[in-house]
Write a protein that binds this ligand. Structure first.
Ligand code: CP3
Length: 349
């Protein structure tokens, strides 16, 4: 048995091992501790996002959802796993890029990588000690939680894209320019990031996370040959380093397009975007856990629409020992609490 379980709620971890025969589908939602919750918004109104992330007590409170009033999501909804409250961009922030989250703009780096000559600024063999708040937060959370805790990091390509663009971008053109004009420098950047990401995830594992999710949200900006040459080898390196200790779930908005490639680098599970037909994916990958892929836009629709789509996904994966119910991407901040309640009720039925 590769991964030990020490929780009352074992559905999530046993589904990751394709051994969930309990009849209960494990369920958690990407961004489950975010802005759709009034409790989150109340804390957020008093702190910057980075303050929240970097203060273990606050990050723990947001992750663990204490039982006392006001109730927060783990208790509110009884999810089968919690995910560390943090962000994929805290690693580049720690490398000195100066991260802030600005109203309407989202993440902004004060010191982005403007040219390959900037690489020397971030080149280092070990993690900066300023990330010590991460294991501290995880230890606090582990003391409070009776469901497994998911740690995470961004995959090197998606993190690199933010470091180069300086923030959110529609088409990642600056990044693509590096890829096309300076593939060697881009590989160097990916190498630096993958080595640090391995250390970053190992730090989370040592502190107690039970699984990790690798977020490669924007991989779809790459052609499949670019993916194969410039991104996949680094994802593979991370997975190989991490999987002996905990399972890795790979997420991208492009998992449907790159399913074969991703399967080839052996994550324990794949978290699918809304485009995937999960039952077909199961036929193509009998040995991987499959997570997904309810369209979060539907949570803005009617109760009937939510129930119908939840039913469809549950029916299509009925009895599957390796299925984890989740969204195809993060929950929208505008999502009504009642919609989440309806979704969960329908999945649990
Ligand atoms: O899922 C969770 O609840 C755990 C915490 C988590 C956050 N971000 C908190 C957050 C996780 C796993 C992430 C991952 C993340 N961050 C990704 C990959 C997954 C995805 O959503 O595609 C990416 C691309 C980021 C970068 C990022 N962080 C962006 C683009 C933004 C702003 C836009 C947006 O989607 O909200 C953030 C901010 C952020 N990260 C918030 C939260 C709760 C909102 C911050 C606020 O309160 O202002």
């Amino acid at each position: 048995m590769p991964f030990a379980i020490a929780h009352k709620n074992t559905h999530f971890l046993s589904a990751l091992r394709l051994e969930n025969r309990s009849g209960k589908i494990p369920l958690w939602l990407m961004r489950q501790a975010g802005r759709y919750l009034p409790e989150y918004r109340a804390i957020r109104s008093r702190h910057s996002f980075m303050e929240m992330v970097q203060t273990p007590k606050i990050a723990c409170e947001i992750t663990t959802q204490p039982i006392e009033t006001p109730p927060q999501p783990i208790r509110r909804f009884q999810f089968d796993a919690a995910i560390l409250f943090s962000d994929i961009l805290v690693l580049p922030d720690a490398l000195g890029l100066g991260l802030t989250f600005e109203e309407k703009l989202g993440p902004v780096f004060k010191y982005p990588l403007k040219t390959p000559l900037d690489l020397h600024r971030i080149e280092q063999d070990t993690l900066p000690p300023c990330l010590d708040y991460i294991p501290e937060t995880i230890e606090l959370i582990k003391n409070k939680l009776d469901v497994p805790l998911i740690g995470f990091a961004g995959a090197p390509f998606t993190v690199a894209s933010y470091m180069i663009e300086g923030g959110t971008s529609k088409n990642l053109l600056k990044t693509k320019k590096w890829v096309v004009n300076n593939p060697q420098a881009f590989k160097k950047l990916m190498e630096i990031l993958s080595d640090l990401t391995i250390q970053y995830l190992q730090m989370q594992i040592n502190a107690g996370v039970n699984a990790v999710q690798l977020f490669d949200t924007w991989a779809g900006a790459l052609s499949s040959s670019q993916m194969k040459e410039l991104s996949l080898p680094y994802i593979e390196k991370i997975i190989r380093a991490i999987e002996p200790s905990v399972p890795v779930i790979f997420f991208s908005k492009a998992c449907s397009s790159f399913a074969e490639l991703i399967k080839g680098v052996n994550p324990q599970g794949i978290s699918f975007d809304i485009n995937a037909d999960l039952r077909r994916m199961r036929e193509d990958m009998p040995h991987l856990a499959i997570q997904g892929n309810f369209d979060p836009d539907i949570l803005l629709g009617s109760q009937e629409a939510i129930r119908k789509e939840a039913r469809r996904i549950v029916d299509s994966m009925q009895g599957d020992p390796g299925f984890i119910f989740n969204l195809g991407h993060g929950i929208h901040p505008e999502t009504p609490i009642a919609a989440v309640q309806t979704l969960i009720e329908e999945v649990r039925r």
